[in-house]
Ligand binder design. Sequence first.
Ligand SMILES: *Cc1c(COP(=O)(O)O)cnc(C)c1O
Length: 338
Amino acid sequence: MLIDLRSDTVTRPSAAMREAMARAEVGDDVYGDDPTVNALQAEAVRLSGKEAALFLPSGTQANLVALLSHCQRGDEYLVGQQAHNYKYEAGGAAVLGSIQPQPIEADADGTLPLAKLAAAIKPDDIHFARTRLLSLENTLGGRVLPQAYLQQAWRFTREHGLALHIDGARIFNAAVALDVPLKEIVQYCDTFTICLSKGLGAPVGSLLCGSEAFIQRALRWRKMTGGGLRQAGILAAAGLYALEHNVARLRDDHDNAKWLEQQLQSLGVEIAEPGAQTNVLYLRQPAELAARLGPWMRERGVLISSGPLTRILTHLDVNRQDLQKVVSLWRTFLQQHA
Ligand SMILES: *Cc1c(COP(=O)(O)O)cnc(C)c1O
């Protein structure tokens, strides 16, 4: 068995999750007839306190559909320079929605300073795009946005007539790290996404949550972008299973990331952002060493995206014993390459 630390997207559905998928009652979700999709969406509503939820194939599509539903052609969204829905989604909002991103440099804690946001809001003038939306990401690079910041950002958007979207691919990691229910985080946004296919362990799927009217608009964009699935209950069953069984255990991933950080630190590995809050670690390595580490580890059954800045993620398919093996291999590697 490979030990795969490249991402938490590599998690595979467990036997019990597959069983839930096999047993799922299904219908045609484009007609709104799939009972398992409806149950998953209802569960997202219950957990979030939002009015409605929509199941989509991927987090990228969920963000795209959210941006398309918030903004019109010629509108603009304020977003972090390192945000997934600015940098890692192939420019979808601009390409497909004619929506202009206004990237903002984040502070060290991952927050977008309100003064910078205020300065970036365009006046109502024919020269400018219309600033419509603030998009935040929680967690961002494994960091949890402070609740006090979210509250301020929420108030800020109310004062400036903006909507607030949270890319919450790993929002349950934030909730578990803060030890608060999801509701307490998402009370400070109009809309947010959840990825079921990362640390939660489902093979496919994301959720977009918001008001009833917003989700009605999103439904049309989901259809247009090819995200209307038919007997999707088989996939939604995995999501329901994940929400029931795989949320509280995210704490193990966080503990494992902390443990790994300490172990690597004691081997002399430089931690780029010490103090792992969730399941993400960043390491800095000399470029030449980093280039050798990846293939060396791969030969020994460990997958790491090794580079000058290396991102490592813990997840439900990697336990403490696996990590002990990784640390022991790493020690050997450093001894051999000293
Ligand atoms: C993974 C991720 C997404 C996109 O999810 P996919 O399902 O891979 O398309 C969006 N935002 C963030 C922050 C992510 O980590």
